[in-house]
Design a protein around this ligand. Structure first.
Ligand code: DAT
Ligand code: MG
Length: 150
């Protein structure tokens, strides 16, 4: 139950604005284990696969261009409720609707520049972790988990 994983990504605007440390830090402080962490210049092919469910949307070309405008900081968090809590910590897709204290509410104003990505289900998390990191993930134990979990 404490092994659930989610794929989180700081988008190019977030990297350019120097928000990588702040965003990673929020997940670290919450108690999640960082399982993988990499700055990536994503190819069009990788992004098309990542966002394949949105291929028919009118904003898809703009989304792909934005996501290729610079490197992204991709990482994997592991811990209890990683997917659901990850989404809550990001905030609503449109920053105009994001609850105060969420990443998008604290750092963004426009839906097309919403700073971060997080997997929306356990199934998509598994797919996205495999897509972005393949076999480059190795689990490890942390003594602090005995303090974080009851
Ligand atoms: P989320 O990133 O919250 O999972 P999503 O998967 O529905 O949202 O869409 C992926 C990204 O596409 C989203 O972060 C920003 C962009 N996007 C979504 N809906 C949009 C819209 N109506 N107009 C412009 N960009 C949109
Ligand atoms: Mg999504």
């Amino acid at each position: 139950a404490n092994q659930e994983r989610s794929f989180i990504m700081v988008k190019p605007d977030g990297v350019e604005r120097g928000l990588v440390g702040e965003i990673v830090s929020r997940f670290e402080k919450r108690g999640f284990k960082i399982l993988a962490l990499q700055l990536i210049h994503p190819s069009a092919e990788l992004l098309q696969e990542h966002y394949k469910d949105l291929a028919d949307k009118p904003f898809f070309p703009k989304l792909l261009a934005y996501m290729q405008s610079g490197p992204v900081a991709a990482f994997v968090i592991q811990g209890k409720g990683a997917v659901k809590i990850g989404r809550v910590m990001l905030g609503a897709t449109n920053p105009q609707d994001s609850a105060p204290g969420t990443i998008r509410a604290d750092f963004a104003l426009d839906i097309g520049k919403n700073v971060c990505h997080g997997s929306d289900s356990v199934e998509s998390a598994e797919r996205e972790v495999a897509l972005w990191f393949g076999d480059n993930i190795k689990s490890y134990s942390r003594a602090v988990d005995n303090i974080i979990y009851e």
